[in-house]
Design a protein around this ligand. Structure first.
Ligand code: PGA
Length: 242
């Protein structure tokens, strides 16, 4: 595991972008996945600039979304698909070769889950999986107790996730479940980037990176991956015993 401690959020975003751009330059015909949330906003800005300035070419690169709130679609502000459109896809002057977004509002969510599996099976495994981490150690919506080897899942949201979800869409929606790439799919990625900033993530990072590998801390499985880059700011790193 490579751990890079960055001066601040801007530095974290820049370094994460450097790793992703370098990877795509070497392996343009690949499948990438980036997370939603507050953490990746700066990284996505840097990535969009890199694409739009011609620093990296994504004409052969495919994109698949990581997760979605069940009940929400790209039309709903606060959904992951809406976030993808507004922070990434809608800003790219040169598009990805192909994009697969999850429709959390699909009438048949099990069919939507299968569609995600089929897309990753057809075009994967992932080359790059960029991830944030939840306060409970979730990756995507892989909440506590989830199997480490699963493909895509529809899962109940944990109480911790429900507590923080208001920051994305206030009280307009109250989803009970998430649909997500499974940890098996994430762990088959060639390279994983875990991003985190701020002191609120310090304790869960310590548990995930330095504690036992247990389903109760889903992100702890990353300790078993051969090519993980943890790119975090100083505040998030402060409980690590490096
Ligand atoms: P955040 O979310 O980036 O908004 O902190 C991370 C997550 O829950 O995975």
């Amino acid at each position: 595991m490579h751990i890079t401690i960055c001066d601040d959020y801007a530095d974290m975003s820049r370094k994460a972008n450097g790793l992703v751009v370098d990877y795509i330059k070497k392996m343009p015909r690949t499948l990438v996945s980036f997370p939603g949330g507050s953490t990746p906003v700066g990284f996505l800005e840097a990535f969009v600039s890199a694409v739009n300035s011609g620093a990296v070419d994504i004409a052969e690169t495919r994109y698949v979304s990581l997760d979605e709130w069940v009940g929400l679609s790209a039309e709903d502000e606060g959904s992951c698909a809406h976030f993808n459109e507004s922070h990434l896809l809608g800003r790219l002057q040169k598009p990805f070769a192909d994009v697969h977004l999850i429709n959390g509002a699909a009438a048949d969510i099990e069919a939507e889950r299968r569609r995600l599996d089929q897309y990753i099976a057809a075009h994967g495994p992932l080359g790059v999986s960029v991830l944030g981490i939840g306060l409970n150690g979730h990756l995507g919506f892989n909440e506590e107790g989830v199997p480490f080897d699963a493909d895509a899942l529809v899962l109940p949201l944990s109480p911790v996730t429900k507590q923080v979800m208001g920051k994305y869409f206030g009280t307009r929606f109250s989803p009970e479940c998430g649909i997500t790439q499974g940890l098996g799919q994430i762990m088959r990625a060639d390279m994983i980037l875990l991003l985190a900033d701020g002191s609120k993530k310090a304790n869960i990072l310590h548990r995930a990176l330095e504690g036992p590998v247990i389903p109760d801390v889903p992100a702890s499985i990353l300790q078993k991956h051969p090519n993980v880059h943890v790119v975090i700011d100083r505040k998030a790193a402060r409980e690590l015993c490096l």
